[in-house]
Design a protein around this ligand. Structure first.
Ligand code: TEU
Length: 531
């Protein structure tokens, strides 16, 4: 049984905002907090009830805000602290909770702490980071190259798990942990409802682990020290821990652990991604997605924890590209996948642009990309591969695919700004934009809005029981049950599919606009039925 607190978390419908690319209110080419405020009604119409905003704090933007130089201040391109307070107020007024990103594994090398640390080995801030006279191991940065950078003035190396400009913080130091607790408390005092915790599984290091710095020996102790404090009882926390095993995930999110409300898990989103090189397209079947969903439904139900339901975030390609098939329309694909996932048990997340079925863009030059990981991949491969092959790979899985400004309409700047934005607009602007979806009766946006409305109105979808009915290469059928209420959810993976509907006869939602249950289902037809 989920406890009362977890039941509340299960009722969140979370929409992720990448603020630089959401809405530009002052026409400087960058999205901002006032831009977000202007779109809260749009989000309310979508029936979401929480937003997670990627970092908008002071930052030199080497990794687009995941390199923070002052945790307690707002990056001027995003606005002011007053704008932030206003955003909280306006969101709460509409019943929308606000979740911010806590990037605590590392900070920008422009942060005062790091600047002091490299000035003087005897400064207390030197011990805020991991400095070494010799490299302790061969760890590689997640953005390619060594994870250690030499500082000539100190004659020492420091650890950076990501960009050279993102120095890992030394959580063994009690003062560092106190600083992070103070940051959390500061935002809670200012009205924040939750935290998405960036690479939280990296904060405790084991330098003897040749595979890198995940799940170090003091990890759970550190998380509890941070979040298991009485005044944070109602605060929602989602870890970016990418747990792969059941034991690992449960160790963070078990209700009796007092660590995290939930944590991301990558099995679903990694379907169709080559696991040696993410920039190479892999193979998949729709039933592979369903199998992963079903597996984690059963586990999270047995172990009483909340699973995260998501297809996209700011680090990924667009799911309408990732899971496209030549014989399925974009509408059918996106609504079919959405029905499959978002009636399940767990906390749903959708990423900006997903609600209109955004696709990857198609560019022809490295100059059209901005992301540091993408540019480093290009540098590493430019002498090994044909230019066209590299660009093909970037168009497939550069993080920039998720970071192009939202196209609110099909005007020159997509209604995002009135000038060229910080990164090139999505090349699909004329085909896929918000205005078009809002005007159409049967758009992807309207379909998502119905899904979240159903979740909001029926506890059976949020805290009801999950039961698998059928799962094979041609269909996935499951039930959600609570008391006398039962719903049957069907997703067909094949054409001319004769499906048993088990006596459920009323259509609650159908992505094929069926008025009656058809005798044969088409590929990616999705239908929600009750008796
Ligand atoms: O991402 C961490 C993470 O898991 C990355 O290694 C991810 O796999 C990456 O995007 C490679 O494709 C988080 C943030 O979500 C990301 O935007 C940041 O760049 C990163 O941490 C560093 O803060």
């Amino acid at each position: 049984m989920l406890n009362e607190q977890y039941e509340k978390f299960a009722k969140l419908n979370i929409y992720q905002i990448y603020p630089r690319s959401f809405m530009d209110s002052n026409n400087d080419g960058n999205g901002d907090l006032v831009g977000i405020i202007s779109k809260l009604d749009y989000l309310k119409e979508l029936n979401i009830n929480a937003i997670w905003i990627s970092p908008f704090f002071s930052s030199p933007m080497v990794d687009n805000g995941y390199d923070i130089s002052d945790y307690l201040d707002i990056n001027p391109i995003f606005g002011t602290f007053d704008d932030f307070k206003k955003l909280i107020f306006e969101a709460h007024k509409r019943g929308i909770k606000v979740i911010v990103d806590l990037v605590a594994n590392h900070c920008s090398t422009k942060h005062r702490w790091f600047q002091e640390a490299i000035k003087d080995k005897n400064s207390k801030y030197h011990d805020y980071f991991y400095f070494f006279d010799e490299k302790p191991n061969d760890w590689q940065s997640c953005f390619y190259g060594s994870a250690y950078e030499f500082v000539p003035s100190l004659n020492q190396y420091y650890l950076h798990s990501f960009a050279v400009e993102q120095a890992d913080l030394n959580w063994e130091n009690e003062e560092v942990r106190k600083e992070i607790r103070d940051i959390v408390d500061f935002y809670v005092e200012n009205g924040v409802d939750g935290f998405r915790c960036d690479v939280l599984d990296m904060i405790s290091k084991n330098f003897n682990n040749p595979d890198g710095n995940h799940n170090g020996p003091r990890l759970h102790e550190f998380i509890r020290e941070l979040f298991d404090r009485p005044h944070l009882k109602n605060i929602f926390t989602v870890g970016e821990c990418w747990c792969t095993t059941v034991e690992n995930l449960v160790s963070f999110v078990g209700q009796d652990r007092h660590e995290l409300s939930t944590s991301f898990q990558g099995d679903v989103v990694n379907v169709g991604i080559n696991n040696c090189d993410k920039f190479i397209k892999g193979e998949f079947k729709y039933s592979d997605i369903a199998k992963n969903l079903d597996k984690w439904q059963k586990i999270s139900q047995n172990e009483d924890f909340l699973y995260t339901l998501f297809y996209e975030n700011h680090d990924r390609l667009r799911s309408a590209t990732q899971f496209a098939s030549a014989d399925v329309s974009r509408y059918q694909l996106v609504t079919g996948l959405a029905t499959m996932m978002y009636f399940l048990r767990g906390v749903p997340f959708i990423y900006q642009g997903q609600e209109i079925g955004s696709l990857n863009s198609n560019f022809s030059s490295i100059l059209d990309f901005d992301d540091i990981e993408t540019k480093n991949y290009y540098k590493d491969h430019v002498n090994l591969l044909d230019e066209s092959e590299i660009i093909k790979r970037l168009n497939w899985n550069s993080r920039d695919n998720a970071r192009r400004p939202i196209c609110w309409d099909d005007s020159t700047y997509g209604g995002f700004s009135n000038r060229d934005p910080w990164i090139k607009l999505d090349t699909n602007k004329d085909l896929i934009n918000v205005k078009k979806d809002l005007l159409s009766e049967n758009s992807i946006y309207k379909y998502y809005s119905k899904i979240f409305d159903l979740r909001n109105k029926n506890e059976v979808f949020t805290i009801g029981e999950y039961e698998l009915v059928e799962l094979n290469d041609s269909s996935y059928i499951y039930k959600r049950k609570r008391g006398n209420e039962e719903f049957l959810i069907i997703i067909s993976f094949a054409d001319h599919n004769k499906i048993n509907t088990y006596g459920f006869n009323q259509i609650v939602l159908s992505n094929s606009k069926y008025k009656e249950i058809p005798s044969e289902f088409k590929k990616l037809d999705a239908i929600v039925l009750k008796k």
